[in-house]
Design a protein around this ligand. Structure first.
Ligand code: HPA
Length: 267
């Protein structure tokens, strides 16, 4: 029989901390599609391992997701775990592997979880490709949830207003919006994009929400940031592709890295 999810996370956390020779970490960042090049700016590397060296992590399945766990020391001497790449629901491994990284970070002591992603923009009237946007709230259309049993966790403020305020102090130009998550892996149809606009969504993607719920279950504060890499399907008439998503990430890496480096010491 496999052990319960939180025990599996504790096992991974213990290996991580011993490899980094630390009693605990302070903060964790999950780098989504296109965000990996921004990681180098966050701090000085203390340990860098393949996620598969840690117990119960799945190997990366997506191009642009490096599958590494890096521990860095920030300018102010805090320790951040940076997960370069994540497991997605569409890989078909179920919900637990999707949130194992976040649960490992919580078990290693992280009180703040920063979740980044690439997203389609649902409001091309006001959004620009290559711009980051804070996630103010989410709509979970994945049909999944990492919490099981009669555990009625309050999700009134999944994405901490305090952390969003600090992020806006670091970069007053940051937009804010509601992130809608679908299971993927196909991109949306134009009709689905129109539906998501009607539902009140501003960004759409295939990640983040389950990790955010797992982080709230564990009592951590969450900051979510989407990099808008393309207008949603049908909004400008061009087909979507993953290469374009990664290219926007590469083109904006310096800005995203500077933003995250400035942020980690404030959160
Ligand atoms: N839809 C879903 N996920 C995405 C998109 C999109 O348009 N762009 C980047 N990730």
């Amino acid at each position: 029989m496999t052990s319960p999810p939180h025990e599996r996370a504790a096992e991974a956390a213990s290996v991580l901390l011993s490899r980094a020779n630390l009693p605990a970490i302070d903060i964790a960042l999950v780098m989504g599609s296109g965000w990996s090049p921004a990681a180098d700016a966050i701090g000085e590397t203390v340990a860098d391992l393949a996620v598969t060296e840690l117990p119960h992590f799945a190997p990366p399945a997506v191009a642009g997701h490096a599958g590494r766990a890096r521990v860095v020391r920030t300018a102010s001497g805090r320790h951040a775990l940076i997960l370069l790449g994540r497991t997605h629901l569409y890989e078909g491994r179920g919900v637990e592997p999707v949130v194992h990284g976040v649960r490992t970070a919580l078990a290693a002591g992280a009180g703040v979880i920063v979740l980044t992603n690439a997203a389609g923009g649902l409001r091309p009237e006001t959004q620009r490709v290559g711009e980051p946007a804070l996630i103010s709230d989410h709509i979970n259309l994945t049909g999944a949830n990492p919490v099981t049993g009669p555990t009625f966790i309050d999700l009134t403020e999944v994405y901490s207003a305090r952390l969003r305020e600090l992020a806006r102090e670091a970069d007053p130009s940051l937009a804010e919006g509601v992130y809608v998550a679908l299971p993927g892996p196909t991109y949306e149809t134009p009709a689905e994009i129109q539906m998501l606009r009607t539902l009140g969504g501003d960004m759409v993607g295939m990640s983040t929400v389950l990790e955010a719920i797992a982080a709230r279950e564990g009592g951590a504060e969450v900051l979510g940031i989407s990099l808008v890499t393309n207008p949603g399907a049908g909004l400008v008439g061009e087909p979507l592709n993953h290469e374009e998503v990664l290219a926007v990430g590469r083109a904006t890496a310096a800005r995203m890295g500077a933003l995250l480096a400035k942020l980690v010491d404030k959160l």
